[in-house]
Ligand binder design. Sequence first.
Ligand code: ADP
Ligand code: MG
Length: 247
Amino acid sequence: MTDPILDIRGVCKAFGALQASQDIDLTVRPGEIHALIGPNGAGKSTLIQQIAGGLRPDAGRVLFDGCDVTSLSTAARARLGMGRTFQISSLAMDYTVLQNAVLGALGARGDVFRFFRPVMRDADLLAQARVALTTVGLDEFEALRTSELSHGQRRQLEVAVALTLSPRVFLMDEPMAGLGAEGSRRLMDLLDGLRAEAPILLIEHDMDAVFALADRISVLVYGQIIATGTVDEIRANRDVRTAYLGE
Ligand code: ADP
Ligand code: MG
């Protein structure tokens, strides 16, 4: 079997007396969408923040492409190719779609202090931004102000901004939240195609989306992974049905 891109080993995190992550092992392999599901408060966001670098584990290690990144900053992990989308929008609403994508590409270079106008004439950055916009299906909308996009299109743009990093893995915390049926379907199509480019660790509440997209699913309950398996294995797992699917 190919080596995992992400290898989470024995990660623990407590908030006071609350054990939010209890000895968590999890891998994300090339080409896969690995869904992380579990009830509210199970510790899903806490885990993804420890992977991305926003929270430091009390114990355990995060290996990214074979390197121990446990003590690296969020920015350093991003430069190594950890792409993420945020639950809360990080887009500049008054800027155009293209400008947001260029800003992403600029950030990916670690070059955020350059003046903005010359940046918009930088052929490499523009090309990189346009490739990302085409990938997410927003190339026709590059001149629109971001505030004019629908909620779903803003999510697509967030994915485009993350793509300008040329990520080796994507971390996504409930990217479908708040989207209507059409927006969800578009984003699902996008994620479906993205996994070939970079595997995705996907936190998602919508079970239809998870069962349609995931190659593997891990189930987190009270800070512990109670099962990891394929869609069929998870659907048939008695513990999962009792603890999470409410059967
Ligand atoms: P999920 O994303 O699965 O809904 P979270 O990871 O957000 O769950 O939260 C897991 C548990 O940890 C919850 O009980 C939450 O209240 C608690 N928690 C999360 N962040 C903090 C924090 N910074 N300080 C204290 N408790 C926290
Ligand atoms: Mg959460």
